[in-house]
Write a protein that binds this ligand. Structure first.
Ligand SMILES: [Zn+2]
Length: 183
């Protein structure tokens, strides 16, 4: 995972261009300096990132943007982003499994009696946390025109609002704030 921006630093994600194939999303400083290109975290659309409709390219754009905006906070806490865990099959539940070190092949662990296994955290999505990217797609990515700009702050505040709306829904509260009936 490349992360061109420092944690907490404001950046702008700036997509432009039309066309059906993959489209470029630049990462810029707030004053418009290009500092990188958004990584495509492939899930639904191997052909590339796109936006402006509700399809698989926009789904990948939504997920890749949420992951980029969150930085290390997007990683599954249990496996540290590797999608795999190392455990001692002889030890049972304790000590808890540790994240796999991708620099060490499973055979090396096996030589020490350890086992490399898929991450079993229910919140793990190929090493990332489960993120509400389909909702972000519906509310934002699907509606963008040929060119869009969205800041990391805007994405993070959408995530926070979305979390609060989901929590309210789970409690059975109304999604919309109550309005007084007009006479
Ligand atoms: Zn995990």
């Amino acid at each position: 995972m490349t992360d061109v921006s420092r944690a907490g630093e404001e950046v702008i994600y700036h997509g432009s261009g039309s066309g059906a194939g993959g489209r470029l999303i630049r990462i810029e400083t707030p004053d418009g300096q290009r500092i990188g290109v958004l990584d495509h975290i492939v899930r639904h659309s191997p052909t590339g990132l796109t936006w402006g409709y509700a399809g698989s390219g926009p789904a990948d754009t939504a997920r890749s943007l949420l992951i980029a905006a969150l930085g290390r906070d997007a990683l599954c806490r249990t496996c540290g982003g590797t999608g795999r865990l190392v455990l001692d099959p002889a030890a049972g539940e304790e000590p808890p499994p540790i994240p796999w070190d991708p620099h060490r092949p499973p055979e090396e662990y096996a030589a020490e009696g350890l086992e490399v296994t898929e991450c079993w955290d229910w919140e793990c999505d190929s090493g990332y946390r489960r993120l509400p990217y389909q909702a972000f797609k519906r509310e934002h990515v699907a509606n963008w025109g040929d060119e869009f700009q969205i800041s990391r702050t805007q994405i993070l505040s959408w995530l926070s609002d979305h979390g609060q709306r989901q929590a309210a829904k789970a409690l059975g509260l109304s999604e919309e704030p109550q309005r007084e009936a007009s006479g």
